[in-house]
Ligand binder design. Structure first.
Ligand code: CTP
Ligand code: MG
Length: 235
């Protein structure tokens, strides 16, 4: 089965601070989005990459991709994104041509995911799992709180889930295409990842080992870490 990767890259990157849209910010001189596209194209199974660009930045993203060589086996498409990540992924799925039965959804904000992680996700979908997410155990203990209206005021703790049973979820998440499309057509309400939409359909979702280098570039310190990882790779 052929695999396509949808890369939501339409976010502003508010938590990263002022500047260009997050996916277009440079890491060691190359836009984050290009690193993310290369990370998907590094898998021999991936024959198409659909980039979901900032709504007013599709032309710029198209010329960026034209300027950075991908493997010959990899095609790409660029479509404009939406207001939410969820909407951006849906727009990417709608642009997918027939013939790709496995779909990866990968955040442009996770530019450094190793190819072994990508391949492990694809492999688990090929082995029959309709939805596969890479994830890592947590270092921090997690508390559920009752959020207060005033930022900075103490929040009452409601519960402490057993840390050993928790996983921090990354991307690429891999799916049987038909199930992911159905999830995006039918599930309403806010979600923070694609697998949770498939969970709401009642379909099984499994976790495979993620990777430290698949962390999401969210805040300014993450840029420092990402550039350090790139520098270490060049050793
Ligand atoms: N994303 C998207 N369309 C949106 C919002 C987010 O395609 N309307 C993408 C981002 O570009 C990113 C991924 O979803 O690759 C994960 O989202 P996040 O890390 O939250 O990025 P931003 O939403 O851009 O950042 P912030 O929440 O800090 O504004
Ligand atoms: Mg966001």
């Amino acid at each position: 089965a052929r695999t396509a990767a949808v890369i939501p890259a339409a976010g502003r990157g508010v938590r990263l601070g002022p500047g260009a849209p997050k996916a277009l910010r440079a890491l060691n001189g190359t836009p984050m989005l290009i690193h993310a596209v290369r990370a998907m194209a590094a898998s021999r199974a991936v024959s198409l990459v659909v980039v979901v660009a900032p709504p007013d930045g599709a032309a710029e993203v198209k010329s960026l991709l034209d300027a950075h060589a991908l493997p010959e086996r990899t095609d790409f498409l660029v479509v404009p994104g939406g207001e939410s990540r969820q909407e951006s992924v849906r727009l990417g799925l709608e642009a997918l041509p027939p013939g790709h039965d496995i779909v990866l959804v990968h955040d442009a904000a996770r530019p450094l995911v190793p190819v072994d992680t990508v391949d492990a996700v694809i492999e688990a979908v090929r082995d029959g799992a309709p939805a596969v997410v890479p994830a890592l155990p947590l270092a921090d203990t997690v508390k559920e709180v009752e959020p207060t209206a005033e930022p900075g005021t103490p929040e009452p703790v409601v519960a402490t889930p057993e840390r050993a049973r928790l996983r921090a979820v990354q991307t690429p998440q891999g799916f049987d295409r038909a199930i992911l499309v159905r999830a995006h057509e039918t599930v309403t309400g806010e979600v923070t990842d694609d697998a949770s939409m498939v969970e709401r359909l009642g379909a099984p979702v499994v976790v495979v080992p993620g990777h430290e280098e698949a962390f999401k570039v969210t805040r300014p310190l993450d840029l420092v870490l990402a550039e350090a990882v790139l520098a270490r790779r060049r050793l």
